[in-house]
Design a protein around this ligand. Structure first.
Ligand code: ADP
Length: 164
């Protein structure tokens, strides 16, 4: 087994697509650090603390996963964690260009750190945090889209889902 890997993202909020990537990478790496990025340009729905709490509650049963947050350059954070691997998920061709650019610049900044891509599980290929927020905003059911603990947090922001 390889050592520590960092899975960075906004996780605003964590979805079943993210959770699938976390579960699968936890089988490959000794330790997976899921890292919530501060200071994003886009205005998040959930604060960093809320996102951390939702992640913690969602991965409770996976012992080798750590939940953390970071500021600044990803490469600096990965070094600080003494990790050698960054994990990213790929859903569609539309993810590719941005991910190629990010992986290339990260390799230029530190050639010792590799980016590993994991293909989405087909059943989650349509799933993103933005889609979840859109569905929740109109009070539709998000039960199949996010880990169970997250539904309550969406409920708090947007009110009850019809059919609940
Ligand atoms: P970012 O804003 O950094 O893209 P996200 O929280 O949206 O952060 O996503 C974090 C990572 O998870 C990215 O690599 C993204 O491609 C991946 N990801 C998001 N949704 C899915 C999904 N449904 N299946 C697989 N990977 C996903």
């Amino acid at each position: 087994m390889a050592e520590t890997a960092v899975y960075p993202g906004s996780f605003d909020p964590v979805t079943n697509g993210h959770l699938d990537i976390i579960e699968r990478s936890a089988k490959v790496f000794n330790k997976v650090v899921v890292a919530v990025l501060h200071n994003r340009n886009k205005e998040p729905l959930f604060s960093v603390d809320e996102r951390l709490t939702m992640l913690r509650e969602s991965v409770e049963n996976i012992p080798n996963v750590e939940i953390d947050s970071f500021n600044g350059l990803l490469i600096d954070y990965v070094r600080q964690k003494q990790a050698k691997t960054i994990i990213r998920g790929l859903r569609a061709v539309s993810d590719f260009e941005y991910e190629l650019q990010a992986a290339s610049i990260n390799r230029k900044l530190d050639p010792e750190i590799e980016t590993f891509f994991m293909m989405t599980n087909n059943q989650y290929s349509y799933l993103s945090s933005s889609i979840v927020k859109e569905v929740a905003k109109y009070e539709a059911d998000v039960k199949e889209l996010v880990p169970t603990p997250v539904t309550a947090y969406l409920y708090e922001k947007y009110g009850p889902f019809s059919g609940e």
